[in-house]
Design a protein around this ligand. Structure first.
Ligand SMILES: *[C@@H]1O[C@H](CO)[C@@H](O)[C@H](O)[C@H]1NC(C)=O
Ligand SMILES: *[C@@H]1O[C@H](CO)[C@@H](O)[C@H](O)[C@H]1NC(C)=O
Ligand SMILES: *[C@@H]1O[C@H](CO)[C@@H](O)[C@H](O)[C@H]1NC(C)=O
Ligand SMILES: *[C@@H]1O[C@H](CO)[C@@H](O)[C@H](O)[C@H]1NC(C)=O
Ligand SMILES: *[C@@H]1O[C@H](CO)[C@@H](O)[C@H](O)[C@H]1NC(C)=O
Ligand SMILES: *[C@@H]1O[C@H](CO)[C@@H](O)[C@H](O)[C@H]1NC(C)=O
Ligand SMILES: *[C@@H]1O[C@H](CO)[C@@H](O)[C@H](O)[C@H]1NC(C)=O
Ligand SMILES: *[C@@H]1O[C@H](CO)[C@@H](O)[C@H](O)[C@H]1NC(C)=O
Ligand SMILES: *[C@@H]1O[C@H](CO)[C@@H](O)[C@H](O)[C@H]1NC(C)=O
Ligand SMILES: *[C@@H]1O[C@H](CO)[C@@H](O)[C@H](O)[C@H]1NC(C)=O
Ligand SMILES: *[C@@H]1O[C@H](CO)[C@@H](O)[C@H](O)[C@H]1NC(C)=O
Ligand SMILES: *[C@@H]1O[C@H](CO)[C@@H](O)[C@H](O)[C@H]1NC(C)=O
Length: 564
């Protein structure tokens, strides 16, 4: 069978015109992915398998326009179950396609399954990654772009070219070995990755002489870099020697454009910056250095690529450009606070982003979620309000649909504000009030920078602070032009406050993007229920719905008719 990247299907136009008068340009994009464990790529010169898609690491770009329909037929040629999740794609009314353990049965080895979703009402830079079994540590990630529809102006001139740049920390060990060592508290809590990869490539000047990442530019032209942190645990500072950057977009929000020397990117986040090739013809270093680690002592964890001017014959020279002190968190907090929504520009829709502004919203729920790491029954776990999420074989979404959750999870047992409770396991599912505004305060009790993500919605990032959060600190929130994004960092010993508008019914994962924390239980689900069964609301399950857990083929209740 041939795996040909993608082709755009002309019938898509007909289908779409019939269904959505407003999205006449939306098309269907068909992708076929052969997912394999590849031992030949060896990004870091170890005998280490990586998860490749059609032989590529990172995986192929998914290039879409707002409202396109994406069909990804995933052939699982790994030796264990697999799921992909689409980081930041909101899956409107369709959590069936979210690709996490609480929404989907895994794709078993030797089988294929097709995700089908729409990039509804979104624009911007995102990425995908494998969501279960610790597989993200082995790769399987790749970029997603959602381009503006032609009728909606982009708030900056069209760049000469666009580059996807996936950067992330990487460990030399086989992911299955690391996964099995998660029972060891030292490995689980204290181990540090080995290297920083840029688009799967080791740094310029690596001792094995392997290829490094390089971007060719022409003097005088402007380029858009779509940068994502696809790593497992480290935030990094990104910068380019002798060049500044114009920040323009983050995870689907056009930002107030600001000029930066360097940019902090936390695990799971994406940004677009414009870089003007306005220096003399030469080669320049592109650097991503870890936060909260000394770059001298951990020099292998500094990612280094090259910005190559087309008329340059020389290699980059000089010391790497220095960034802010990696331990100076005030720099990072102040930069985070300065990233604002451009209220007047259009995005997915022609009306300004600021139409939906939060200066005056009524909050219907507040969650205060505190992370920490602890031992339960002698094993290391990560907890939220002292509950470690217990991953079960039955997707919560399936249980919701078939038996209203009964026997699979108990709604609202999870304490949404911390209480004095001994650490324990739970299948944490909390009610989110449909069409209500939720305030979520995230507190970080450990010494690393944490990073939280909510599927299905955008976070309006209204506040960052040090120390304890108290209700009076709401006075410090920026309700005027908070940026809206899917993933937000929480500084050590500090808090971050976000709002979200729960207009998207479904079962939605709220998680740490830090792989070990997520794997060890730092997650929960938000169940947003719309009692209106009108199919124009939440979608029915897809025709290729998989059954698993307590609902294998023989055990679907007779009263349930999967397809009408
Ligand atoms: C997927 O790739 C593997 C490794 O290249 C190959 O052996 C296998 O035949 C491919 N599967 C399909 C369905 O093409
Ligand atoms: C992505 O899609 C847009 C719109 O169809 C097209 O203009 C652009 O060339 C594509 N980019 C890539 C890298 O395929
Ligand atoms: C598996 O792939 C085949 C061949 O492309 C396709 O017809 C079928 O729909 C796929 N199965 C699922 C469950 O998506
Ligand atoms: C905001 O967007 C508008 C409309 O596209 C644009 O003219 C303006 O320059 C942008 N402002 C900033 C500060 O980015
Ligand atoms: C955003 O940009 C607008 C237009 O340039 C400006 O008036 C406003 O002060 C900016 N806001 C912030 C927070 O920088
Ligand atoms: C990093 O380590 C080096 C060597 O140990 C030391 O000289 C330097 O001061 C350290 N830098 C920071 C920012 O701590
Ligand atoms: C803002 O809130 C006040 C008080 O709740 C309310 O009276 C007013 O109508 C609101 N304004 C808008 C534009 O929603
Ligand atoms: C936000 O909405 C309030 C009313 O709710 C209005 O007074 C304010 O001007 C709006 N802000 C912007 C930037 O549109
Ligand atoms: C489904 O479960 C929810 C939460 O436990 C409950 O409020 C609701 O009444 C149940 N609905 C039905 C039809 O049993
Ligand atoms: C969490 O559990 C630990 C040990 O079981 C306990 O010491 C701590 O007080 C608990 N924290 C909260 C917020 O209940
Ligand atoms: C927590 O566990 C300790 C030791 O097992 C016990 O003494 C205490 O009562 C428990 N606290 C709560 C709130 O359950
Ligand atoms: C299917 O589920 C039923 C009921 O839980 C169980 O008895 C049976 O063993 C399961 N079959 C498979 C193949 O897992």
């Amino acid at each position: 069978m041939a795996f040909s990247g993608f082709h755009r299907h002309p019938l898509g136009y007909l289908l779409v015109i019939g269904l959505f008068a407003l999205s006449v340009n939306a098309i269907d994009i068909f992708l076929e992915w052969n997912v394999t464990l590849d031992s030949t790529i060896q990004p870091a010169s170890q005998q280490q398998p990586v998860i490749a898609i059609n032989g590529l690491f990172p995986g192929p770009l998914i290039n879409t326009t707002t409202n396109d329909f994406v069909h990804v037929n995933v052939f699982n040629n790994l030796d264990e179950p697999l799921l992909f999740t689409w980081n930041g794609i909101q899956q409107r009314l369709n959590s069936w396609q979210d690709g996490v353990s609480g929404t989907n049965c895994p794709i078993l080895p030797g089988t294929n399954w097709t995700f089908a979703f729409q990039t509804k009402d979104q624009i911007g830079s995102f990425f995908y990654f494998p969501s279960i079994n610790f597989q993200k540590a082995a790769g399987g990630f790749g970029p997603i772009r959602i381009n503006n529809r032609n009728v909606i102006a982009v708030p900056f001139p069209k760049p000469e070219d666009e580059f996807d740049l996936l950067i992330g920390d990487w460990s030399f060990d086989n992911y299955k070995v690391t996964r099995s060592l998660m029972t060891n508290p030292t490995i689980a809590f204290d181990s540090i990755p080995n290297i920083m990869l840029m688009n799967g490539k080791p740094p310029f000047g690596n001792p094995e002489g392997k290829a490094f990442e390089s971007f060719a530019v022409t003097q005088g032209k402007v380029y858009r870099f779509r940068i994502s942190n696809v790593g497992t645990s480290l935030s990094f500072n990104f910068r380019i020697q002798n060049h500044n950057m114009l920040l323009v977009e983050t995870e689907g929000s056009y930002t107030n454009q600001t000029i930066l020397d360097s940019l902090d990117v936390h695990v799971g986040q994406s940004y677009s910056v414009l870089v003007t090739a306005n220096q003399v013809d030469a080669d320049y270093f592109i650097v991503a250095s870890p936060k909260l680690l000394n770059a001298t002592e951990f020099s292998s964890l500094v990612g280094v690529g090259v910005l190559h001017y087309s008329n340059s014959a020389a290699q980059p020279v000089g010391p790497l450009p220095t960034g802010p002190d990696p331990f100076d968190l005030d720099f990072s907090v102040n930069q985070a606070k300065s990233i604002r929504w451009n209220m007047t520009t259009g995005a997915a829709r022609p009306n300004p982003q600021g139409t939906f502004n939060v200066t005056n919203v009524t909050i219907s729920q507040t969650f205060v979620l505190e992370n920490s790491v602890t031992m339960i029954n002698g094993l290391p776990q990560a907890v939220v309000n002292n509950v470690s999420y217990l991953t079960i074989d039955t997707p919560l979404k399936l249980a919701d649909f078939l038996v209203n959750g009964s026997g699979v999870y108990q709604l609202d047992e999870f304490p949404v504000q911390s209480v004095n409770l001994n650490a324990s396991f739970g299948v944490s599912v909390a009610t989110g009030n449909h069409k209500g505004w939720i305030e979520i305060v995230l507190k970080n009790n450990w010494e690393f920078i944490d990073s939280w993500h909510l599927d299905g919605f955008g976070f309006y990032t209204v506040g960052f602070g040090n120390g304890d959060w108290t209700p009076e600190l709401r006075n410090t929130y920026n309700l005027f032009d908070p940026v809206v994004r899917s993933t937000v960092q929480v500084y050590p010993g500090g808090w971050t406050a976000v709002y979200a508008f729960l207009d998207n019914p479904g079962m939605w994962n709220l998680r740490s993007q830090l792989l070990k924390n997520w794997f060890l239980g730092q997650e929960l689900y938000l169940r947003v229920h719309d009692s209106d069964p009108n199919p124009a609301k939440e979608r029915p399950p897809p025709e290729n719905l998989l059954l698993c857990g307590v609902f294998n083929q023989s055990s679907v209740p007779a009263s349930v008719h999967l397809r009408p």
